[in-house]
Design a protein. Structure first.
Length: 294
């Protein structure tokens, strides 16, 4: 196979759009195949640490991301009433003059990456899937759900832990399995107390975390370990979340509990993992299914 001039990327999420932009910057034509609609981006927030910010800087993406979210440096542990027990600064490993980490809404990050990818020249096909893949020594031919056939030198599967491309290539043997833990995320208005990565701890061991996403927003998160995937009926979600927050008396958490159900985004993700063997190594893929609840 000669020099790669054209690439298919299956999946228009964070990984797919970032690699599309990166390849276009070095002159490789890219076509992103995304099964979802661009208007359907969902999610709470995401935290990008120094290594991710360094990579985004190398691709010319970091300034737009910083403008779209809120950078932070502080890591603090507090008791249930909000009293600070310990606090330290997170190291600025990528740029001494820029924040150590960044929080922003996932839909906002997705839009930034899409904008840069398309400006770089990438073609993005939404509401489209690959129905057939044929490989040979010179490249790959795909048939698309819109009836089109196209060919490229390389295909990159960036369609997540439940990848249909992986299943079509390797078969049904390798399937994600529940890791025994899941996370609740609850987007609320940010207060000055939520100035970085904050953990509120009770003597019972229960912990609530907070991470900023913008000047106005942050999300609270709760990790739960269960033998089976947690399934809470829709009409009980708000009460369930209130019970999780009830033992905490920090003013910002009390305020957050009072507005549960008032069109604040709530999501639960079971952590599903998959380990794929590769020659001489073991590659680990970890992700989870999002169940949006409003």
């Amino acid at each position: 196979m000669g020099a790669v001039k054209k690439v298919f990327i299956v999946g228009g999420g964070i990984g797919g759009l970032t690699v599309a932009h990166a390849l276009q910057r070095i002159g490789v034509s890219t076509r992103v195949i995304e099964m979802g609609d661009k208007r359907d981006r969902i999610g709470t927030g995401i935290t990008l640490l120094g290594n991710a910010l360094r990579a985004l800087a190398e691709l010319g993406l970091v300034d737009a991301c910083l403008e779209g979210g809120l950078g932070w440096d502080t890591v603090s542990v507090r008791d249930g009433a909000g009293t600070i027990l310990s606090e330290q600064s997170s190291p600025r490993i990528w740029d001494a003059d820029r924040p150590a980490a960044l929080g922003l809404m996932r839909p906002r990050l997705g839009q930034i990456l899409e904008d840069f990818a398309t400006k770089s020249g990438a073609k993005i096909d939404f509401n489209t899937t690959i129905t057939r893949i044929d490989q040979d020594d010179r490249g790959v031919t795909v048939q698309l759900s819109n009836g089109e056939t196209d060919r490229a030198d390389l295909l990159i599967a960036a369609d997540g832990v439940y990848s249909k491309i992986r299943q079509s290539i390797f078969g049904d043997e390798f399937k994600p399995h529940y890791a025994g833990q899941g996370v609740w995320r609850y987007t609320v208005s940010r207060t000055e107390a939520m100035n970085g990565f904050v953990l509120y701890r009770l003597p019972t061991g229960r912990v609530v975390g907070a991470l900023p996403l913008s000047k106005e927003l942050c999300y609270l998160f709760f990790l739960e370990s269960t033998d089976e995937k947690l399934r809470i009926p829709q009409d009980r979600v708000c009460d369930y979340l209130r019970n999780l927050l009830a033992p905490f008396t920090a003013p910002e958490l009390v305020a957050a509990a009072k507005v549960i159900g008032e069109d604040k985004h709530i999501s639960y993700r079971p952590f599903d993992v998959l380990m794929m063997p590769a020659p001489g190594t073991v590659a680990v893929s970890c992700c989870s299914a999002m169940l949006p609840i409003r």
